[in-house]
Design a protein around this ligand. Structure first.
Ligand code: 13P
Ligand code: SF4
Length: 418
């Protein structure tokens, strides 16, 4: 099974943006934006991290040369470095990863290598921040391309969340009810800045991932009458709905409108206030695609990520995190046809790894995550060779006071695990 990069290079017109066939360095110096791929239409915040020019030798090198240089640098560095790769990374990067996993598994993996001086995180910015929060003192976390953010994480910033919190606490007050539950608990998805995880830590809140969102919401409802859930409305809605929270008790908070676009009585009645954020990769999946998959592949098993819109999750057979999807495919004992609604690099890798099954992406257009795409073997070779030369480049360092609050929210999540 060819990699997504090979498919894009060899079959022009199959991808959502022809620019995906170019090296990502072309976009580092272009006007600020997420670059080609699923989130290219999203608004990038001013002040989002930018990547400087990748030295020309890495831009010009062939993939074969880059692979050889990466292997050589890793051999020289030995246990001093560990390379982490997220499931959504291109195959050309994943082949060099010491650990492959979802965002939380990778943050944990980083903790299992206390002797490594450098953790090179092939993923996106919030993941590298989380690894830095959990890393031991003296370890540096490196993001090979600083422009690898996450458009969904960028949809909630600390100022807007603090403003929302002020408005909500003005309505709810701060006094607990007869059962000792406070009026509202903040819950942030792992896909958020360290500042927001710190906000949750300071305000009695917690972090969740797509694999433990229901457990975390239960934790929050034991302690609070309501939840403010950010930044992903879809994960919040899908999870709370499955727990029996009615849709009319889940108002959406639009940070650009007073009271988030709601009346005070709607907010009084709320169980979950959903932030107006979404993932542009998962927003592409539709009920029509599922209907087509069922018509063309009778008996198909449709599994989607809970970042997909509610109608899509409802029309699928199952929904779950990247780790859930992987395990579901691995556990199928009979040859099965799977239509999967998550990032295309991961779907194609599953198809290559499990040839006994027929596995395809629900979206017929090849449209990878724009920011995961910004990591390429050229950047990996560069940061590793810089380490060989004794230089730490592209370090992601969370300020100590933010990290200590964020760690509180992450530790609550770990303790909430069933
Ligand atoms: P995981 O937490 O499953 O790694 O997912 C991260 C992500 O960005 C999903 O879009
Ligand atoms: Fe962010 Fe969506 Fe990309 Fe995940 S797939 S990193 S949520 S933009």
């Amino acid at each position: 099974m060819p990699s997504i990069d090979t498919i894009i290079a060899n079959a022009p017109g199959t991808a959502c943006a022809p620019e995906l066939a170019q090296g990502p360095w072309v976009f580092d110096l272009a006007a600020p934006g997420y670059g080609p791929g699923a989130s290219m239409g999203d608004v990038i915040p001013t002040g989002a991290p930018r990547q400087g020019a990748l030295p020309a030798e890495y831009q010009r090198a062939t993939n074969e040369e880059l692979h050889e240089r990466i292997r050589a640098a890793k051999r020289t560095l030995g246990d001093r470095v560990v390379v982490l790769g997220h499931f959504y990374q291109r195959d050309e990067v994943v082949q060099h990863a010491d650990f492959l996993g979802d965002s939380f598994q990778l943050a944990n993996a980083a903790q299992t290598v206390p002797d490594a001086e450098a953790i090179v995180f092939c993923g996106v910015h919030f993941m590298a921040e989380t690894a830095d929060i959990l890393a031991r003192d003296g370890q540096s976390v490196i993001l090979p391309n600083l422009a690898a953010g996450c458009s969904m994480a960028d949809m909630a910033d600390i100022d807007s969340v603090e403003e929302a919190w002020e408005q909500l606490t003005a309505i709810y007050g701060t006094a607990p009810d007869a059962d000792g539950r406070v009026p509202i608990i903040p819950v942030t998805y792992m896909n958020s800045s360290a500042a927001l995880k710190g906000f949750c830590g300071r305000n009695g809140g917690i972090v969740c991932t797509s694999s433990n969102a229901a457990t975390v919401l239960e934790w929050a409802f034991e302690r609070g009458q309501r939840v403010l859930f950010f930044p992903d409305q879809h994960l919040g809605r899908n999870t709370a709905k499955a727990m029996g929270v009615p849709l009319e008790r889940m108002p959406m908070w639009n940070p650009r409108k007073p009271l988030g676009g709601n009346s005070a009585s709607e907010l009084e009645h709320a169980r979950v206030v959903l932030w107006h954020g979404f993932c542009s990769v998962h927003k592409r999946f539709s009920v029509d695609q599922i209907a087509r998959a069922r018509a063309e592949h009778p008996g198909v098993r449709v599994i989607v990520h809970p970042e997909c819109p509610m109608e899509v999750v409802d029309a699928a057979d199952e929904s779950g995190s990247t780790d859930y999807i992987r395990k579901a495919v691995a556990a199928a004992t009979e040859p099965t046809t799977f239509a999967i609604g998550t990032e295309v690099n991961m779907v194609n890798r599953l198809a290559a790894e499990f040839p006994q099954h027929e596995i395809f992406c629900l979206d017929p257009v090849v449209c990878p995550c724009s920011t995961m795409y910004r990591i390429h073997p050229g950047y990996l070779a560069w940061v590793l060779e810089e380490l060989v030369a004794g230089r730490v480049t592209n370090r992601i360092s969370v300020p100590a006071e933010v990290a200590s609050d964020a760690r509180v929210a992450l530790e609550r999540m770990l303790a909430a695990r069933p």
